[in-house]
Design a protein around this ligand. Structure first.
Ligand code: NAP
Length: 248
């Protein structure tokens, strides 16, 4: 079955690069109209321009997903352009790694706010148009680290575990309105985020992965496309691990 999302509209947070950009192009390849949210206006607009060249409708929206007023304005702009929201992908995220003994309070707060509070703010805004339409799908990009923990990432692991709790709760709260809420938990994926790893750490990691490679953004985009498609219409509250077998 070929996935056809024509006539649908999606908002991808942090869609200007990395996994978010790949998700945007994957949904566009199925005919979905896509808005790109990025904290940087130039990146958001440039990505939207590239997406429009594929034949879909797209806009770039500069927004800080950690800020309630900015998120509210972003949804207003989205609805003005597309009239409805079918798909929300909570993808924006940051890391501020360090062992807990040395972790600064500001690094804890930044990661919890950008990675977790943002998903709450965006889901709360998306609920209104989706409930009105009695349909919609929300997909949040969590992490393997939220499932298994990782030394040096207490803030990030807590945020991603929180995102999984939020996903399951909203799946229950929104189900009566035919809105599905799921998460994708990537393993270690080749992006700017993992470029920070030393060669030695990357080699150790690769050895520990049963499929013997880091993931590609495309691996995550494929999972999101599936969850956004009618093929997944009976799946809600699920966490789909895409990690090469690193955590089972
Ligand atoms: P990335 O390359 O660093 O991209 C993150 C994107 O989020 C960027 O476009 C960034 O914008 C945007 N962003 C950051 N803070 C924002 C804010 N406050 N408001 C709006 N946008 C903001 O990261 P990635 O590797 O693609 O990761 C994407 C998601 O997957 C994240 O949630 C991450 O935690 C998750 N994930 C990644 C991996 C991995 O191995 N890479 C593994 C598991 C989970 P700017 O570029 O303009 O700053």
């Amino acid at each position: 079955m070929k996935i056809d999302l024509s006539g649908k509209s999606a908002l991808i947070t942090g869609g200007g690069r990395g996994i978010g950009r790949e998700i945007a192009f994957k949904l566009a390849s199925a005919g979905c109209d896509v808005a790109i949210c990025d904290i940087d206006a130039t990146t958001a607009e440039a990505t939207a321009k590239d997406l429009e060249a594929t034949g879909i409708k797209s806009i770039g929206i500069a927004a800080n997903v950690a800020d309630a007023a900015s998120v509210e304005a972003m949804f207003k702009t989205f609805i003005e352009k597309f009239g409805k929201m079918d798909i929300l992908v909570n993808n924006a995220g940051i890391t501020r790694d360090g062992l807990v003994m040395r972790m600064k309070e500001e690094d804890w707060d930044a990661v919890l706010t950008v990675n977790l509070k943002s998903a709450f703010l965006c889901c709360r805004e998306a609920a209104r148009p989706m409930m009105k339409a009695r349909s919609g799908t929300i997909i949040s990009i969590a992490s393997i680290v939220g499932l298994m923990g990782n030394a040096g990432q207490a803030n990030y692991a807590a945020a991603k575990a929180g995102m999984i709790g939020l996903t399951k709760t909203l799946a229950k709260e929104f189900s009566s309105r035919n809105i599905t809420v799921n998460a994708v938990a990537p393993g270690f994926i080749k992006t700017a985020m993992t470029d920070k790893l030393t060669d030695d750490d990357r080699a150790k990691l690769t050895n520990a992965i049963p499929l013997e490679r880091l993931g590609y953004p495309d691996d995550i985009a494929n999972a999101v496309l599936f969850l956004a498609s009618p093929m997944a219409s009976y799946i809600t509250g699920h966490v789909l691990s895409v990690n090469g077998g690193l955590y089972m």
